[in-house]
Design a protein. Structure first.
Length: 327
């Protein structure tokens, strides 16, 4: 990042350049990285609320009638910052953990031929920046923006299931443009999802799914910046084992911003840019209906990243299941 470093004009010896670069880098790197992860900078577009790779196997299906409580920590282990052409701007060490508490309900009555449900997600974000150039490490945590989905519809059509969901993110998390680490994003967002899961044999052992997520954003409350709409396609392929209690396979995603951010607060260096990322990796899911518990683990290295942070994603879920019998 040589264009960020302002050295003493009267001392350009190798020792002075190294000493000055390190000193300035230590001062500005936390702000640069935090902004790249969550806001507008010389490298990145504004992120949306949806966490790419948060779903996996059979994500094109709605849960059957019942009540579900899930704890889902989402780990984003960032190791580099990517420019608009996919080049590495800087190697970094930033760990972000989003602790999601998810409450879901599907009622045992149908609407438009589908099971009707709703859900609420309460996220708490913990971000830590560390490395040789940052001492001491920087860390921030707090309640992020709550997600409410008042409409979740799921259809079961024999060898296929279908899912449609509408929800919104409320700016409940703290946001201050002057603070490089913010748990909230500072704007409302509408979200629409549609997906399907397909079973390839009569016993429904082999399965594949795809879930599309569409994000439509409003202008940030504290600055003139409206994030562009975004699309994420998550997909999976797996097989059930051990009397249907285990589902193992691979899951991935493709994310792309559909149009650039707008407003006077957009940095001219990224105006018109569209960020993107991809991920793919293994997943293991275990369900124990007798004890009303489900566990899921997924690891997705990222690739093809442009204009945003890049690294690896790890997701765990632990769910309490209270399934009802349909009437």
């Amino acid at each position: 990042m040589p264009h960020y470093l302002m050295l003493n004009a009267y001392d350009h010896s190798p020792t002075a350049v190294k000493r000055g670069s390190t000193r300035v880098l230590r001062l500005i790197l936390p702000a640069i990285i935090a902004a790249v992860l969550a806001s507008t900078t010389a490298f990145a577009q504004q992120n949306g609320h949806y966490l790419q790779g948060i779903t996996g196997l059979e994500d094109g299906s709605a849960p059957p009638p019942g009540f579900y409580v899930t704890y889902a920590p989402y780990l984003n282990l960032v190791n580099s910052l990517k420019g608009a052409d996919g080049n590495t701007i800087a190697n970094v060490d930033v760990n972000t953990v989003v602790h999601n508490m998810i409450f879901q309900m599907t009622i045992p009555k149908k609407f438009l031929g589908a099971w009707y449900g709703f859900d609420v997600i309460v996220p708490v974000v913990n971000t830590r920046l560390q490395g040789n150039e940052v001492s001491p490490s920087a860390q921030s945590a707090g309640l992020s923006d709550i997600y409410v989905a008042p409409l979740v519809l799921g259809w079961d059509k024999g060898q296929s299931t279908y899912l449609v969901e509408y929800g919104f993110y409320a700016p409940t998390g703290a946001f201050n443009p002057a603070n490089p680490f913010n748990p909230g994003l500072g704007f409302w967002e509408q979200q629409v999802q549609a997906g399907t899961t397909r079973y390839f044999d009569k016993r429904k052992l082999w399965n594949a799914s795809v879930l599309s997520t569409w994000e439509f954003n409003q202008t940030k409350s504290s600055e003139d910046l409206k994030p562009g709409p975004m699309a994420t396609f998550e997909y999976s392929f797996g097989r059930r084992l051990f009397n249907y209690s285990v589902n193992v396979g691979a899951a991935g995603y493709a994310y792309h911003k559909l149009s650039a951010d707008a407003g006077s607060a957009v940095n001219p260096m990224v105006r018109g840019d569209l960020d993107r990322s991809f991920g793919l990796g293994p997943e293991f899911k275990y369900t124990n209906l007798k004890h009303h518990m489900s566990f899921d683990a997924r690891y997705e290295p990222q690739f093809g990243v442009q204009s945003r942070a890049s690294g690896n994603t790890v997701v765990f879920t632990l769910t309490y299941l209270n399934i009802f019998r349909p009437k």
